[in-house]
Write a protein that binds this ligand. Structure first.
Ligand SMILES: [Mg+2]
Length: 142
């Protein structure tokens, strides 16, 4: 499942009567931010407990393995809300992430895309044509 397919499923489950039965637009952007930050707070609390493990500080009720699994789930919860927040904001997350990643790569002079890989030019042309043009121009290739 790619990111676009996941986003479609995520929204479908959010809004479906047999899912959360919660229309995406019935919550404000602030509401979705609150949900996202709640999950990040839960993840941070687990990270704090893993710091206790690292530092030999007592107080945890769960094992390190249990905490690592819990961190994984809280981060996933956060991602799920982040995706819904982006949908609420009408942000095309995969496109925005690629565009932002490539722009920063260009800014720092990092060749983030190996154009010698078959199909990579076409992929980059679809994802971020501006980045492809700049990268080709930098290499002096038409
Ligand atoms: Mg959670």
């Amino acid at each position: 499942m790619d990111m676009k397919e996941f986003s479609e499923k995520n929204r479908e489950r959010c809004e479906h009567p047999k899912g959360f039965n919660h229309a995406l637009d019935s919550w404000s952007v602030s509401d979705w931010f609150t949900a996202l930050l709640g999950e990040l707070g839960e993840a941070a609390n687990v990270a704090k407990k893993l710091n206790r493990v690292r530092d030999g500080i007592p107080g945890n009720k769960e094992t390190e393995a249990e905490l690592k699994k819990k961190l994984e789930r809280e981060l996933a919860d956060a991602f799920i809300y982040f995706d819904l927040l982006c949908q609420r904001c009408r942000v095309d997350l995969p496109a925005a992430v690629l565009d932002t990643f490539f722009r920063k790569s260009l800014e720092i002079g990092y060749e983030s895309f190996d154009l010698s890989i078959p199909g990579s030019r076409e992929h980059l042309q679809r994802a971020c044509p501006e980045h492809l043009a700049i990268q080709l121009n930098r290499k002096g290739k038409p």
